[in-house]
Ligand binder design. Structure first.
Ligand SMILES: [Zn+2]
Length: 148
């Protein structure tokens, strides 16, 4: 299941990616419909002009954590949640990497204290389950049984 979030839903988009769910982002107005059809994505939006279009899920609430919960239950995504598997910035699938490979890209403290690292093959951002990760998942911790 793949999604595309429109301009007003940047935070929701990131939360979906934190959950490992494929979520593209577009602020192209009505053109989002074409983009969605091309890549077989469901459009998530709060834009009332898009509300009645085919393949569109209209998001009722303005709170990103609530939005996420709605999407998860509407599309039955609970079993697909896989935190730490997708880049928050570019939606790319992360690759687990040995820590020696990212040694020069991370602070020494991080290198010393963490063992699980993942790399985005697209933007080369390095991820690990440190305090930043914990902050990101705080909003959605009740949806993330594996993220303890
Ligand atoms: Zn990336």
């Amino acid at each position: 299941m793949k999604f595309i979030c429109n301009g007003m839903l940047g935070k929701l988009c990131k939360l979906l990616r934190i959950c490992g769910i494929d979520a593209a982002y577009s602020n192209q107005g009505m053109a989002i419909l074409l983009e969605a059809r091309k890549e077989n994505r469901i459009v998530l939006t709060r834009n009332t002009r898009l509300q009645t279009k085919k393949g569109v899920f209209f998001v009722q609430t303005s709170d990103p954590a609530e939005q996420l919960k709605h999407i998860i239950s509407e599309y039955d995504l609970q079993t697909l949640i896989q935190p730490f598997s997708r880049c928050i910035e570019c939606n790319c699938k992360l690759k687990a990497v040995d820590k020696t490979l990212v040694r020069n890209n991370i602070p020494y403290f991080t290198y010393k204290h963490f063992d699980e690292f993942a790399l985005c093959p697209n933007c080369h951002r390095v991820y690990w389950k440190g305090s930043h990760y914990k902050n990101m998942t705080k909003d959605i911790s009740n949806l993330l049984p594996n993220a303890k």
